[in-house]
Design a protein around this ligand. Structure first.
Ligand SMILES: [Zn+2]
Length: 693
């Protein structure tokens, strides 16, 4: 296990050397990793109790493959404890870390409350000597400290010194460095703090005089919002610089990690913060732990939703960040909420989306024996070889495929839903998702009105030069004569609405193949979404689907249409439930055919069997080799899964969940350069890793 630490350090050093001589942007320059980076996060109630801690080490010794690292939470509650209490705990942590080292694992400290998440256990938490954060409406966040005052900064020096002196291998800053402080149930955009002192700092960004009332009445102004996000980002950056300086004064090479979530109102400045954590010369190591909320398994789409959130977070990290452990959290740690099988599949899914490891926060936080958690640890150990193999083959190469248009400056939390909705329905159709716009790889985008609404006409024109799948809501905005007037590029417009009894009928068209005549009825009387009839505003628009009623009479000639515009862009507008329910054979097949057409046969691959399979593909290495992951996201096995890949290789290696390799020869190749590889079987809720070398 100590060997793994050396390996990661070696590869990281090699990579830093590489970066100094070449541009870091091209995918082929990303580092090859030998194995996944796996950690377990351990609650205070376990490590502070001798018997529990001994049992923990016994369990890991019984399943030594389960983890490389044991990471200790400083506390279990979400408001900061006193400095004295934290220092006292660090004395015991130093002993625990020594013991963990003696067992061959790396050990680190995860401070849960640098600022404090939210009010909890206030009677046993830090006193009022350190000012609390304040919300925009003037409320005091009792559980969160304002990060921008000198008392707080003195505290940071003191407690991070105490932690560094406990001799950990690394220190993690938790995602309590965040906005909102869980005071707003409405989901309104927050900020880190609006106390009087912070308002003075924020005011420096404005040319006009501001107060909380002014900001409240201007929250829909994107310029005001951008300034608030920038202030939050500055506050984090200043805090990280202080943490970095404090830790590295004691331990110059100690890696420092930060845990994040998809929060647009923080500025999403991962690259900036990572570089600050890498020190003034940029030569120290920063770890990252992207997270999201998937705590129990009753809604399995939540697992993949979290993977896509994580994919977007990873896409913003600089390539120098190599240790990326996904958050796997089963809070509040009731074992039956999420099975060991789902917990481990989650690690695979997040690795597919871009992580290079996982941090399991899945053991009890109660003061109780760990007996019933043995199966969880055993399952992680059982799946460990697959995690390692996947990280070896996928490395840090970016995901490629269809890009659901988003930017970190999208600005408001509310924009997350459209991006997420756009992403999920295509990913589970077997279409690979890219999380970042890569100019040499991206030529199909998924477009929402939310994205268009803050773009200039020139920016929108560039979008419509690619392959664009979109809905009428976005097209209406693009066509708006008062703003963009891009009818030439969209080819279609509003042709009326149908509010009752609308059924999609797939029409005769080469893209529809043998599915012409089939229907898709999403029952408007239950799920009341208007259907949009598409008016063809240019001559060469082609109909893929029409609308009929329950008597079979046509009520709209075109509700799904395609168009090739004068700039060479290819457009598909879908007026019938455009962002979901692609679950029947005919619609799923039509969607894949549309994507391939939009890409002009450049989409790098896709699943071509009728199945619910989430699919990820990575950019190729310099030698042309590449890899990807497919997860069967349903309760039935899928046999003879066809994977179409654009490659000149004759065969691919397919690894099942037990890492058994099957070499699959191409069964067919078409004139556009795609080859079809038939994977014998993907079991329910299991992945396969495929590698083309
Ligand atoms: Zn403040």
């Amino acid at each position: 296990m100590i060997f793994s630490k050396k390996l990661i350090t070696l590869y990281f050093s090699l990579f830093l050397g590489l970066l100094s001589s070449v541009s870091p942007l091209a995918s082929q320059e990303t580092p090859r990793l030998e194995q996944a980076s796996i950690s377990f996060r351990i609650g205070h109630n376990i490590w502070s109790n001798d018997a529990r801690f001994t049992q923990l080490l016994e369990l890991f010794d019984k399943y030594p493959d389960a983890t490389d690292e044991i990471t200790f939470f400083t506390q279990g509650t979400h408001t900061p404890i006193t400095d004295e209490e934290l220092e006292r705990r660090c004395v015991l942590l130093k002993q625990r870390i020594d013991e963990v080292h003696a067992h061959g694992y790396r050990a680190g400290i995860n401070i849960l409350c640098t600022m404090g998440h939210h009010p909890e256990d206030l009677p046993h938490s830090i006193g009022s000597e350190i000012p609390r954060a304040q919300t925009l409406d003037g409320r005091i966040a009792e559980g969160t400290l304002c990060p921008n005052n000198e008392n707080f900064r003195q505290r940071i020096r003191r407690i991070y010194t105490a932690m560094a002196n406990a001799n950990p291998d690394y220190i993690w800053v938790d995602d309590d460095v965040r906005t909102g402080h869980m005071l707003d149930s409405s989901g309104t955009p927050g900020s880190v703090c609006f106390c009087d002192n912070c308002m003075k700092i924020l005011a420096q960004k404005f040319d006009v005089e501001i107060d909380r009332d002014y900001l409240t009445s201007h929250m829909s102004d994107p310029i005001v919002l951008a300034k608030i996000h920038e202030f939050t980002s500055d506050s984090y950056d200043k805090l990280f610089a202080l943490i970095e300086e404090t830790i590295r004064k004691i331990s110059p090479d100690m890696p420092i990690g930060f845990m994040t979530g998809e929060r647009y109102d923080e500025g999403y400045d991962f690259e900036r913060w990572a570089k600050t954590l890498m020190g003034p010369n940029g030569d120290k190591e920063a770890y990252w732990r992207p997270g999201g909320g998937f705590y129990e398994q009753s809604y399995m789409n939540g697992l993949f939703g979290k993977s896509h959130e994580i994919g977007r977070q990873v896409s913003l990290l600089p390539p120098e960040v190599v240790v990326i452990q996904s958050e796997i959290e089963n809070f509040p740690y009731q074992l039956l909420m999420k099975s060991a099988n789902v917990t481990t599949l989650e690690a695979v899914s997040h690795i597919a989306a871009g992580c290079t490891g996982a941090a399991f926060n899945v053991l009890t936080n109660n003061n109780e024996p760990l007996d019933e958690y043995e199966n969880m640890i055993a399952k992680v150990a059982e799946r460990r070889p697959f995690f390692d193999l996947a990280v070896q083959k996928l490395g840090r190469n970016p995901n490629i495929g269809v890009f659901p248009l988003w930017e970190k400056t999208d600005g408001s939390y509310q924009n997350r839903t459209p991006v997420q909705a756009l992403t999920s329905c295509f990913s589970e159709t077997g279409v690979p998702i890219a999380y970042k716009f890569l100019p040499d790889q991206t030529n199909v985008v998924l477009l929402s009105r939310a994205y268009l609404s803050h773009k200039t006409p020139e920016e929108i024109k560039k979008v419509f030069q690619m392959g664009v799948y979109t809905d009428l809501d976005a097209v209406n905005l693009a066509n708006d004569p008062a703003t963009y007037a891009l009818n030439d590029l969209t080819g279609m417009g509003y042709g009326g609405e149908i509010h009752v009894d609308g059924i999609e009928k797939i029409e005769e068209h080469p893209l529809n193949g043998s599915f012409a005549g089939r229907t898709r009825d999403l029952r408007q009387s239950f799920w009341r979404e208007p259907i949009y009839s598409l008016k063809k505003t240019r001559p060469n628009v082609e109909t893929l689907s029409s609308c009929v009623d329950y008597g079979g009479d046509q009520t709209a000639e075109t509700i799904v249409g395609i168009f090739e515009n004068p700039l060479g862009g290819r457009i598909c507008v879908n007026g019938y439930y455009p962002w979901g329910n692609f679950y029947n054979y005919s619609k799923q097949s039509q969607i894949r055919a549309i994507i391939r057409w939009l890409s002009r046969d450049r989409i790098p691959g896709y699943v071509d069997s009728f199945a619910k399979i989430n699919f990820w593909l990575r950019a190729p290495n310099a030698d042309g080799s590449f890899a990807g992951v497919a997860i069967n996201s349903n309760y039935d096995p899928v046999e003879k899964v066809a994977i179409m890949l654009k490659t000149d290789r004759d065969s691919i290696d397919v690894y099942d969940y037990s890492c058994q390799k099957t070499t699959v020869k191409a069964s067919f190749s078409d004139e556009a350069g795609y080859r079809r590889f038939i994977v014998p079987e993907i079991k329910p809720w299991e992945p396969v890793l495929f590698v083309c070398e």
